[in-house]
Design a protein around this ligand. Sequence first.
Ligand code: PEP
Length: 369
Amino acid sequence: MNIVNEKLSLISECNSEDLRIERSRLCCDVEESTMEGSVFKRTQLCGAGFIENDMHGIGLQQCDLHGAGIERCDLTGAALVSCKLDGMTIDGINVQEMMTFYKNNFKKENTTMNKATRKAIIAGNWKMNKTRPEAKALLDELKGMVADVKSVEIVACVPFTNLETALAATEGTNIKIGAENCHFEKSGAFTGEISADMLAEMGVEYVVLGHSERRQYFAETDETVNKRTKAALAAGLKPIVCVGELLWERECNITEEVIARQIKLDFFGIEAEDLKKCVIAYEPVWAIGTGKTATADQAEEVCAFIRATLAKLYGAEVAEAITIQYGGSMNAANAAELVSKTNVDGGLIGGASLKAADFTTIIKAAEVG
Ligand code: PEP
């Protein structure tokens, strides 16, 4: 159910799992309701009381919650993003005071909360670049620069022709190798294609799927991305599945619809245990290779939306475990701010992954992110 621009006075014993309230005023009480996975966006909730509700996986984005009170609610997996919280209480505890106490009393390793339970992944997507000697030279330079990195998973996704060279150059190092695509059939008359089994047999660990360039220039669809993801998982590969909106889709204000649709279709029929082996890369198409980066807040907003969508489909625990990267003109200068965001667990990097020094700066930004 969608409620936009409404003034509501009471919600009681309502059972609405996909409730979506946007730009509304709700300065009243919500009692004994099931609001699992619901989303409140830009809504006035000041002074509202939430009492004994199932608010599992609920998302509150840019809401005014000042003076609101939450009592005896199930808030597992709930996410509050960019909300006004002064005076808000949960079971009588003042949320802002609790956050200040938390910040002051816990050291850095505890401050990222759920983010700390997910390992950041920085993956380079080399696209159609580098001959074998060039690939070896880049990886030889990179491995020396990142040898001390432990808390970030480093991946280089390289053209098929470079896989063997890349695997040999990175053997025994902390750099993992990925491919840039795979076909969904196991074998057969598919000239020019490479199967997931062929990659796995070589020792390749990751594979980029559904990249916008594949969707744009090679007519890949959500249906084939879904089939490729299933094939990659069956072969034991870790898929990095790319989703993202076109510029005009963002301008038409349908980014969330586009992303939700891609997530639902690309992961259709994939069980939670398999989903946990996947990485999702949020790559706004307008930011790829254009030098136009999404702001850190835009990246966070969509990555948080992806997590909330996964929470609705798979539950909050699974959603919290998934690594969600940002990709789109991420570089040495803007990486730190992007990866510092709560729901941005690393990046998929195109152009900047072709220079060892720049890629290293991004990796090191994710170490502290
Ligand atoms: C990409 O190819 O996935 C990508 C994000 O490219 P770039 O960093 O060059 O925008």
